[in-house]
Design a protein around this ligand. Structure first.
Ligand code: GTP
Ligand code: MG
Length: 188
């Protein structure tokens, strides 16, 4: 059976938060400490099966450095979902999430589903994790994001989960719209 659905996912977040490292961990199961900053955009595809459906993800890894900001909107067209990452050790990167979400939605749809990911969990004092999560969840509420997970590309924690979670949501959305009647039936 061929690929039934292809979903484009845009991956954003401030420079150096670990977007490329997480995608490398996801795609190749490696942890790299010497990833170069992403110039413009990186692009990857991954085929997987979720809930009996063969799907392809087109993952667009946006360069987060300020100097590439002018390019970012041009990569958003056609995205069905977004993931925005912040670095749990640099909370300033969490305050940049709002700008990313606004940009994603402006250039796709005002209802684009966006997931929030905290990165570099392995670098955080376990006693501080709950506090950081509480602030992250406030951001989720305020911006109407669809969920939040902490991740570590070093240990692998939640790397597959964060992407699979989004994939499952996209599959369930796509299969519902496929089977739902185009016109609601009228009760007699
Ligand atoms: N300890 C630790 N370091 C990480 C983790 N994820 C990323 N890093 C490090 O963070 C640095 C930046 O990672 P990148 O993946 O290049 O960051 P980016 O978000 O793609 O940055 P731009 O391409 O500039 O937007 C690298 O040195 C990574 O090794 C993690 O989970 N744990
Ligand atoms: Mg990068």
């Amino acid at each position: 059976m061929g690929v039934e659905f292809t979903f484009k996912i845009v991956v954003g977040g401030a420079g150096g938060v670990g977007k490329t490292t997480l995608l490398l961990r996801y795609l190749k199961n490696v942890f790299k400490t010497d990833t170069a900053l992403t110039v413009g955009v990186g692009f990857h595809t991954k085929e997987l099966e979720r809930n009996g459906h063969k799907i392809a993800l087109a993952l667009w890894d946006l360069g987060g450095q300020d100097r590439f900001r002018f390019l970012q909107p041009s990569y958003c067209a056609g995205a069905r979902a977004g993931i925005i990452f912040f670095d749990m050790a640099r909370l300033g990167t969490l305050s940049q999430v709002k700008e990313w979400a606004t940009m994603f939605r402006k250039h796709t749809s005002s209802s684009l589903p966006i997931f929030l990911g905290g990165t570099k969990l392995d670098t955080i004092d376990p006693e501080l994790v709950d506090g950081i999560n509480a602030i992250a969840k406030e951001t989720v509420e305020k911006l109407g994001l669809i969920g939040y997970m902490t991740t570590s590309s070093k240990s692998g924690t939640n790397v597959e989960e964060i992407i699979n979670n989004l994939a499952d949501m996209l599959v369930s959305q796509a299969t519902q719209s496929k089977t739902a009647p185009a016109v609601p039936s009228i009760a007699r």
